[in-house]
Design a binder for this molecule. Sequence first.
Ligand code: NAD
Length: 387
Amino acid sequence: MGNSEQTEIIFDDIGPEIVFRVYDPKLNFRGVAVLDNLNLGLAKGGIRMTGSVTEVEVSRLARAMSYKNAMAGLPFGGGKSGIMVDPKGMSAAKKKAIIDSFAKMLRPIVPKYYIAGPDINTTEREMMWFADSHGDWESVTGKPSNYVSKKGGKTRRGLPHELGSTGFGVALSAKVALEHLEMKLAGAEVTIAGYGNVGVFAHKFLQEWGAKIVAVSDSSGTIYDRSGLSHEKLLKAKTKTGSVLNYPSTATSKKLSRDVIYELSADVMIPAAGPDVINSANIDRIKAQIIVEGANIPMREEFEKQLHRKNVLIIPDFIANAGGVISSYAEYMGYDGKKMFKLVESKIVPNVKEMLGSVGKGSTTPRETAIKIAKKRILAGKAPFKK
Ligand code: NAD
């Protein structure tokens, strides 16, 4: 959201309300936490740890979290944080020292105003380090399930994103979108670009509900089978060999190049890898009828508009991939995995329906419609922390 050429944080009628900069002179790294808006509750959003992350990027992601949390109907505001270090090739001990330091430096605002979570290069392990070093189990979500708190005599467990909440929400979004277009889920042809946490679980649930996953890609290429790819066999191939291309071959399976997946005909396409995968190079060859954005910003808004004009139905990222943050809320509330999955369903399904019900046939895209709904909720929030 916003423009990638943006060089400074934009302050507007929503926020950001707090920009909290930190620097550790001993470990020589900088970090930032941006709390975009607190009207609906504590700011919630993950910690991104990359060499390229900037304050502007963190502020844009924090705004996206404000919209995502408001749209999901959670009592959370939007926030995000960044550690400006590339952890690639770094020892676990060094990474831990950085996370430990970041957690301590954020104590003035965490968990009073901000609760952290996982994002790029931070997983359940880093969340556990963060909570240990910070000293408060509630400072962060996305912790391992065997990481337990017994505070006040109540047992609470971590709920890692690795349980598949995001892929589940993406699959539910696809289901609602198909119903909206009066298309059948049973036998619907689905392509999934990216086979990590989001792609794997989207495959699992859609297959269980009767859809046919005809193509899946990862960084090594695309595996295609008109008869449908088995989730169990594909996950085994990916886990064992690191590549979806090692799926056991069948009479109808084919190996294709990585980016051709975006040009295959399909009832539903799920981008679940990196940003900007649909771009000026392939926009004219997109044949899917529905695109469910599992990944964040898989295309720029101008391309969403172009596809909308061609009657492609797009479920925007901040609605479709909200399962992760809904799981964070479940962890915060002390729910177990079963209750978490129920909560994801009870939030995502009505939200996708509400957005689709308001889109209409005009030029306004689903994203613009959803932002309007989210903004209204944010601006009407009662700002519990300012009382
Ligand atoms: P992941 O790291 O588990 O998996 C990414 C997958 O994409 C891997 O299979 C990788 O091989 C593949 N990939 C990398 N480059 C590719 C390329 N150029 N073409 C095709 N495949 C490629 O990541 P994830 O957690 O599944 O997240 C995927 C996306 O969803 C990201 O944009 C992330 O920000 C977003 N997201 C994830 C969550 C979550 O809970 N995991 C929540 C919200 C949003």
